[in-house]
Design a protein around this ligand. Structure first.
Ligand code: HEC
Ligand code: HEC
Length: 294
């Protein structure tokens, strides 16, 4: 501070001047208001106390937690984060173990367990399944829609679980497997044409579905897997051919192509890639997408 002893006192305000003067204009040396100064000192004391109690200063070495002073209270935001994360894990663990041991029927009755499974299933679906089946499970050509009630391999929650766990035509001993034969070697083009007509007309809902030759040839060659009434069979993963939902296309050309040289879908097996609980959560989620069977 400047020594004000010799500075004159301003006559109007009664305040001492700093001694600086410009063309007769003098600078007043108004003291800080007392309340301001008090607050200032309190803040300094507060800050010193804070440094002591809480982590405040960065350090260079390994001292303290992650390069800072620790503080007497031993509190750090990292520790707080760890604690709240541990709490989440503990809360999850309660549901997790209940979910893992409860049968599906029970989970569906229990609102909290159901919500737990659905949340996990939804996240896992987005991460692992949406690439092929679409975000909402709507499917695409060759990739079945999982929202409808048309199921290749069965739509009960257990069926779906088995499909997800072992896959279809996948690299797993237990995988679901079937193969539609290539009829180009067994039937001549005319037979194939007649059968394809029969399938097209039946699926379009025609009462008199084509020639009886078509119906006969179908019964002989196709019904073993697709059923007498074309409704398909879950045991063989053989699609329903009597509805308007198609894996590989509904036109006669698509159907002829499938009869001659069938396409076969491959669904990966998820056992080993996803843990057992996640597979169960997925089964629950897919089943509840809309088309699950009881
Ligand atoms: C690489 C592509 C691909 C991925 C990834 C994939 N799927 Fe599939 N999925 C398929 C194909 C293809 C089929 C149909 C197989 C067939 O033609 O029989 C299928 C069939 C299914 C079926 C049987 C549908 C029915 O009608 O019976 C279910 C259920 C299913 N997938 C669920 C899932 C779930 C859940 C995931 C994620 C964990 C998943 N899929 C990931 C390709 C995939
Ligand atoms: C051994 C069992 C088997 C026999 C026999 C069989 N199919 Fe199939 N068929 C299947 C399977 C399994 C699929 C589904 C392939 C897949 O999921 O990728 C299929 C798929 C189809 C599709 C495609 C359906 C769609 O949604 O796109 C058509 C069409 C079809 N079969 C017609 C026939 C006709 C017609 C015959 C007789 C000439 C026949 N199948 C004989 C098992 C069979």
């Amino acid at each position: 501070m400047t020594d004000h002893k010799n500075n004159e006192v301003d006559q109007h305000s009664g305040t001492q001047t700093t001694g600086h003067e410009w063309d007769g204009i003098k600078e007043l040396d108004t003291p800080m208001p007392r309340w301001w100064l008090l607050t200032f000192y309190v803040c300094i004391i507060w800050a010193v106390g804070y440094w002591y109690v809480y982590p405040a200063w960065p350090t260079f070495g390994g001292e303290g937690i992650r390069g800072g002073t620790v503080g007497a209270s031993d509190w750090t935001s990292y520790k707080q984060l760890e604690e709240s994360q541990a709490e989440i894990v503990a809360r999850r663990a309660v549901y997790q173990s209940q979910f893992d041991s409860a049968p599906f029927a029970e989970i569906k009755q229990n609102e909290a367990l159901f919500a737990f499974g659905m949340a996990g299933g939804k996240a896992a679906f987005g991460d692992n399944c949406a690439t092929c089946h679409g975000t909402g499970g709507a499917g695409a050509s060759g990739y079945p829609n999982l929202n409808d009630d048309d199921w290749l391999w069965g739509g009960t929650i257990e069926d779906i679980y088995t499909t997800i766990r072992y896959g279809i035509r996948a690299n797993h001993e237990e995988t679901r497997y079937s193969e539609m034969p290539a009829f180009s070697e067994m039937l001549d083009a005319d037979d194939i044409d007649v059968i394809a007509d029969y399938v097209v007309k039946t699926s379009a809902g025609a009462a008199d579905a084509g020639s009886s030759t078509g119906a006969e040839a179908f019964a002989e060659n196709c019904a073993a897997c697709h059923g007498d009434t074309l409704k398909g069979m879950h045991d063989f993963g053989a699609p329903n051919l009597s509805d308007s939902l198609w894996l590989y296309g509904s036109s006669k050309d698509d159907i002829v192509a499938q009869i001659k040289k069938p396409k076969h879908g491959l669904m990966p097996s998820w056992e080993g890639r996803l843990d057992a609980s996640t597979i169960r959560q997925l089964a629950l989620y897919v089943h509840s997408l809309g088309g699950g069977e009881e």
